[in-house]
Design a protein around this ligand. Structure first.
Ligand SMILES: Nc1ncnc2c1ncn2[C@@H]1O[C@H](COP(=O)(O)OP(=O)(O)OP(=O)(O)O)[C@@H](O)[C@H]1O
Ligand SMILES: [Mg+2]
Length: 358
């Protein structure tokens, strides 16, 4: 991305940046709008904010609309303009001046990997967060997975609705059989893709983590699924009575989880804040690597408040790592301009510094 211009985006009335192709550092005090700039870049790629599911919340208070305008060169040579008008509830996306017929057609053109302080919820929150991580990564890179997942969710919802209905009318085993017959192949496909993903992803994760931590922490990650050592058809049969009583589908890939360990102990219970942060940074950088390997595209790396909680040694290693050629353009935010400059001092490549707010 060579240039970015935003109007009415969160706290930004109007902001304009000319980025270099290497490392771009945006510094400024708390609340000056650093994270919002990274979010605007994420918006250009995903047609939604990383933080706000509702577009109305993105419009600057008192502003009639927002727009994000990005100019890209190299692999993706395009000018993207996204405009949202809350009054009309209308979002338009233009590529080189031409409006896309469907917003969905834009997704995938500009890939971003966003590393934020909120990533620690991957470790601290429930399994849903970790399934979202799996699904997000796989959906971006595997069309069949995306379709199988959408189908599974639809059939599972229909099955649950039927189980609820049956409380009054009594169950028809044949109808449940037909739901199961559709659920099983989709679940097997998803399970298979998740297994393959973890197998491929793990060596990259280990490599990045051991580099960042100087091999001080031995980390591991396990894919947990009922389908790992059970046939899903058997599981559904065994659980049918329970499903009927609870009126929902109790077994399946919607219960899967990723288990995180550091030095053989569960990370959530025994990891320090810095260890947790290092773990999630390595997870996200391995996700970056996965995108590159699978799609051949180099995502824009968005590093928000990256130096918080990790020690100076790890921060230096991180900068050395992302400055390597296999990484593309990077945007970094920090509250301390001096700190970023220090960490980047020994790192080669093009760099540009932006100070925002007062
Ligand atoms: N729709 C909106 N309209 C106006 N202001 C908004 C809107 N949404 C968010 N903001 C404000 O934008 C400000 C800047 O937020 P941002 O998270 O980008 O700051 P930051 O520079 O990253 O700060 P920190 O150093 O604390 O991370 C916040 O004060 C927030 O309240
Ligand atoms: Mg911030």
């Amino acid at each position: 991305m060579t240039k970015l211009q935003v109007f009415g985006y969160k706290n930004h009335e109007e902001s304009y940046f000319e980025f270099c192709s290497g490392i771009n550092c945006i510094t400024g005090p708390n609340g000056s709008g650093k994270t919002n700039i990274l979010d605007a870049v994420y918006y250009l790629g995903n047609a939604r904010s990383f933080f706000n599911a509702i577009d109305q919340q993105v419009v600057k208070h008192g502003s009639p609309a927002f727009s994000v305008h990005g100019w890209f060169s190299g692999e993706t040579d395009a000018e993207i303009l996204i405009h949202f008008n809350p009054e009309k509830g209308k979002k338009t996306i233009k590529k080189n001046g031409k409006t896309y017929p469907r917003i969905l057609d834009h997704i995938g053109l500009i890939q971003t990997v966003f590393i934020t302080p909120y990533d620690i919820s991957l470790v601290l929150e429930g399994s849903e967060e970790r399934r979202r991580f799996l699904d997000f990564t796989l959906c971006q890179t595997n069309r069949e997975y995306l379709e199988a997942l959408a189908f599974y969710k639809k059939i599972q919802e229909q099955r649950n609705a039927y189980l609820k209905k049956c409380e009054r009318t009594g169950i028809d085993e044949d109808i449940l059989d037909s739901f199961d017959a559709r659920l099983i192949p989709a679940a097997k496909k998803i399970h298979h893709c998740r297994m393959d993903f973890v197998k491929e992803f793990l060596p990259w994760f280990h490599e990045i983590h051991s580099y960042l931590s100087d091999k001080k922490d031995m980390v591991s990650l396990q894919y947990e699924s009922e389908l790992n050592d059970n046939d899903y058809a058997n599981l559904l049969r065994q659980n049918r009575e329970k499903d009927r009583i609870l009126m929902r589908t109790g077994s399946g890939i919607h219960k899967d989880d990723l288990l995180f360990f550091a030095n053989d102990f569960p990370l959530k219970k025994f990891g320090s804040q810095g260890q947790i942060k290092t773990y999630v940074i390595a997870l996200k950088l391995a996700q970056y690597r996965y995108y590159v390997e699978k799609t051949g595209h180099i995502p824009i790396l968005l590093l928000d408040d990256i130096f918080e909680k990790i020690d100076a040694r790890r921060a230096d290693k991180l900068m050395e790592l992302v400055a390597q050629e296999k990484f593309g353009q990077i945007l970094i935010t920090d509250t301390h301009a001096g700190r970023v400059k220090d960490h980047l001092e020994t790192v080669g490549g093009e760099k540009r510094y932006f100070e925002i707010g007062e």
